[in-house]
Design a protein around this ligand. Structure first.
Ligand code: HEC
Length: 303
């Protein structure tokens, strides 16, 4: 009898241990490239400051595309990676850890077979992710000391990540954004990822789309849809059912406008932006209960 009690207790103990070791549930896409373990909720609700010295229609095109997986191709794009996943706000994502690309945080194998058939060298050799602040003042780029930022960036998109060659205006915008990452002094520290900052990303991508040529405008509308996805995933499904449905409907509507001759005019006619703003205002009142809030996210991740 005593033995039976002991074995029951041991079995229960094992269950408790297994429960404690169970991996966190996957709630946000960024978890696929964020180091697991303690402090996950903090890592997913804060980001380093962006040090932007200038803001023009061109840099705004680049800013939205820098945050969009649509610029990349292959497995990286399917996973949801963007330039911003590694170079968060043009800085360093200190928590970057995608097992496909690295064996330590804040580094990535830029010659990986996983992301690229062209550049893959069959060796797991991650290098530290660099801060891009001041990149426009550097004379060579990357370890292979490429003398041209344009050539280097095009190579990152089309060779390292198998993306299709970007339309000329998209590439020009991306380069303008990279060169504008140059505020002096560049503040250390972090800011919160909030509903307001996420909604601002959507608006900025759409304003850029309204100023762009059709091919680039379509890519920008896609990046706005992606930014909306980053809002939707932070709304717990049960608590925010109707808001999520509205957000999805707005995103589908935007998807249909992607091929419009003039996306700006199409948005205007449908009063798309004011309906989006009304939804955001409604969500703001309950932001504390969403995964923009660190404590709410922490308990949902069972940290
Ligand atoms: C998976 C992580 C990752 C992604 C995604 C990524 N980069 Fe990088 N990036 C790196 C690493 C690591 C290096 C250092 C590589 C080297 O030295 O050759 C780097 C280097 C650079 C450099 C050169 C920096 C210097 O100091 O020389 C630029 C510019 C750059 N990346 C821009 C981009 C842009 C633009 C995108 C999106 C199109 C992008 N990166 C996507 C990890 C990444």
């Amino acid at each position: 009898m005593k033995r039976r009690i002991w074995s029951t207790l041991t079995a229960l103990g094992c269950l408790v241990l297994i429960a404690a070791d169970a991996p966190a549930p996957i709630l946000l896409r960024a978890q696929a490239w964020t180091a697991p373990g303690g402090g996950l909720a903090g890592a997913l609700t804060r980001e380093p400051h962006e040090c932007l010295a200038a803001r023009t229609p061109e840099t705004e095109i680049g800013r939205a595309l820098f945050r969009s997986p649509a610029l990349l191709g292959g497995p990286a794009a399917r996973m949801g990676l963007s330039c911003n996943a590694c170079h968060t706000n043009g800085r360093i994502n200190a928590h970057f850890f995608a097992p496909e690309l690295t064996d330590r945080a804040a580094a990535a194998d830029v010659t990986s077979e996983w992301s690229s058939r062209v550049r893959g060298d069959g060796v797991n050799n991650p290098v530290d992710i660099p801060d891009l602040t001041g990149i426009g003042r550097r004379e060579t780029f990357g370890r292979r000391r490429d003398p041209s930022l344009e050539h280097f960036t095009n190579g990152v998109i089309t060779e390292e990540f198998q993306g299709p060659p970007p339309p000329p205006q998209a590439l020009a915008g991306l380069l303008a954004y990279l060169r504008a990452l140059d505020a002096d002094p560049c503040e250390p520290g972090e800011s919160d990822i909030s509903l307001a900052s996420a909604a601002d990303d959507v608006h900025r991508a759409l304003s850029a789309a309204a100023n762009a040529e059709p091919a680039t405008a379509s890519l920008l509308a896609l990046s706005a849809q992606d930014a909306m996805g980053r809002i939707a995933e932070r709304l717990p499904a049960r608590r925010f059912r109707s808001e999520r449905a509205r957000l999805e409907a707005l995103s589908r509507e935007l998807g249909r406008m992607r091929e419009a001759e003039d996306i700006g005019a199409a948005l205007e006619t449908a009063s798309w932006r004011s309906r989006f703003d009304a939804l955001i205002a409604r969500l703001t009142r309950r932001e504390r209960r969403s995964y923009f809030n660190e404590a709410t996210l922490r308990s949902a991740l069972r940290e």
